[in-house]
Structures are given as structure tokens and as C-alpha cells.
Design a protein around this ligand. Sequence first.
Ligand code: FEO
Length: 163
Amino acid sequence: MISKKIESAINDQILLEELSSRVYLAMASWCEVQGLQGVANFLYKHSDEERMHQLKLIRYLNDREGYAELQALPKPEIKCKDIEELFTQVLKHEQLVSKKINDLVDMSLEEKDHATFNFLQWFVSEQVEEESLVNNILAKIKLAGDSKMGKFHIDNFLASLDD
Ligand code: FEO
């Protein structure tokens, strides 16, 4: 049986993962209409991954005799002038997700909930990978520069990533 405090914090994380999925979906659609199909495909896949993270949390909470209760989502606003700004926003978002996961880990230790602590280790590793991936993409975007050829290369590079 999970404590109400951890149940509530996991429900917050479920909302954040669902929000991540929707933000990346909105970003993918924005890239698609700019003609950046490779970037869009990468973000569509990434949106699916966030949905998988959400589902993982839902099933864990329900398995532990908690209740994963979905919340209303705000409309995602895409405000960026180019893909460098877009991926800077992705990085900031992933840093926020990492912080929230770390807070959850701290809470699981305070509550002596070892099952949740153990479950969360997958998310801790996943966040290291996600931040590293986005940092690498940002480094490539900076290398490519602002030219049309640079954008073309970035689009092809992201199309080639498995995510
Ligand atoms: Fe599920 Fe990208 O954090």
C-alpha cells in the first residue's frame, strides 16, 4: 500500500509526463509545417516515449493500491523562432522533469518506501540519457549554424536518430 503523499506526488509526475508528451507533439507539428520533417519525426517519437513514461507510472501506482487519476492539461504554446530555441526549451523541460524525479526519489527515502525508490531508478537513468541526447542535439545545431544548408543537415541528422 502506497502512502497518500507519494500517491499524490506520482499523480503530479503522471501529469508532467503527459504534458511533456503533448508539448513534444505540438513542437513536432510546428516543425512539420516548417518543412523540417526529420525534426518532426524525432519529436513525434519522443512524444510517444513520454506517453510510455506516463503509462509506466500509472500502472505502478495502480499496482501499489494507489489510484492514478488523470488531470486536465493546459494548451501547449509553441513560442520559438528556430530549432535552436525549440531544443533549448526541450532541454529546460527535461531538466525540470529530472528535478521532479529527484524530488520523488528523496520523498520515497523519507517515507521509507523502498519499492518506489527501486521503481524510480529506471527514471533516474532515463533522465540522464534524455538530457545527454538533447545536449548533443543542441551542440550539433550550434555547429550547423543558421544557414539553409545547416538546417538541412540537422533535419537529416535528427531523421537518422533512433531516439
Ligand atoms: Fe519522461 Fe523526457 O521525461
